[in-house]
Design a protein around this ligand. Structure first.
Ligand SMILES: [Mg+2]
Length: 236
């Protein structure tokens, strides 16, 4: 078996049995919603280039926010952090958008791979998203911020998902849009796929040593399914 820690740049090996998905920016179209809301406000202020400015602002706002959350997690204050940022987060019952092509990709993987969610969102919000898109039966395991004491980039959430699935972690691949997803998976000893349709940028995801970087989450299907499916995405 090839150990993920031995590899830097590669495609995914045949040994993969389980796929663990982050939610925000990976399956859930969060950043686009934030960008659109902000662009709308900027347009009302007659701001020049509202769309470009909004995207740039949301992207930069995300990274220090993540850093603060991680620091508070290290200090054992993540509960406090989550309650402070709660008003900024989407509430259950609101409209959760799914990333384009993801529903079809999940339908293709379902039955061939064990599927799980590993998210820093709460159980309530994760369940609301899955229910809204009729995905409750697709995922065997949903690891949320209530599941483990330590959060991504700590390896605990990825290790916990692998344990619940009863699949060795080196046979799991974590799919996420940010550096914390890659770090959590790498530290746990899992394979990592980074997607560029969320908050992360190619350079930082490369530095975090993602095994594979894809433009879109939906492109994962062509890396995990037998030949015959279109392979039109970007491999490294
Ligand atoms: Mg994410």
């Amino acid at each position: 078996m090839i150990l993920p820690s031995m590899m830097t740049r590669t495609d995914l090996p045949d040994q993969i049995q389980a796929v663990l998905f982050d939610l925000d920016g990976t399956l859930m179209d969060t950043d686009d919603q934030a960008v659109e809301n902000l662009a709308h406000r900027l347009r009302r202020l007659r701001w020049p280039h509202p769309d470009r400015t909004a995207r740039r602002l949301v992207m930069t706002a995300e990274t220090p926010g993540n850093l603060v959350l991680s620091l508070l997690d290290v200090l054992g204050l993540d509960e406090l952090a989550m309650s402070l940022t709660r008003p900024m987060r989407q509430r259950p019952g609101s409209d959760f958008r799914i990333v384009a092509g993801v529903a079809e990709m999940l339908a293709q993987l379902n039955g061939r791979y064990r599927l799980a969610i590993v998210t820093t969102r709460g159980q309530e919000e994760a369940s609301a998203f899955l229910a809204q898109h009729h995905l409750e039966e697709t995922f065997e395991t949903v690891v949320t911020r209530e599941s483990t004491r330590r959060l991504k980039p700590h390896p605990a959430p990825v290790q916990h998902a692998a344990r619940l699935l009863d699949v060795p972690v080196e046979r799991c691949v974590m799919v996420g849009d940010t550096v914390v997803d890659v770090q959590s998976a790498r530290r746990a000893g899992a394979w990592t796929v980074a997607v560029l349709c969320g908050f992360g940028e190619r350079r930082e995801l490369e530095r975090a040593r993602a095994h594979l970087i894809l433009e879109q989450t939906a492109h994962l299907a062509s890396h995990l399914l037998p030949l015959g499916h279109n392979n039109d995405d970007e491999t490294r």
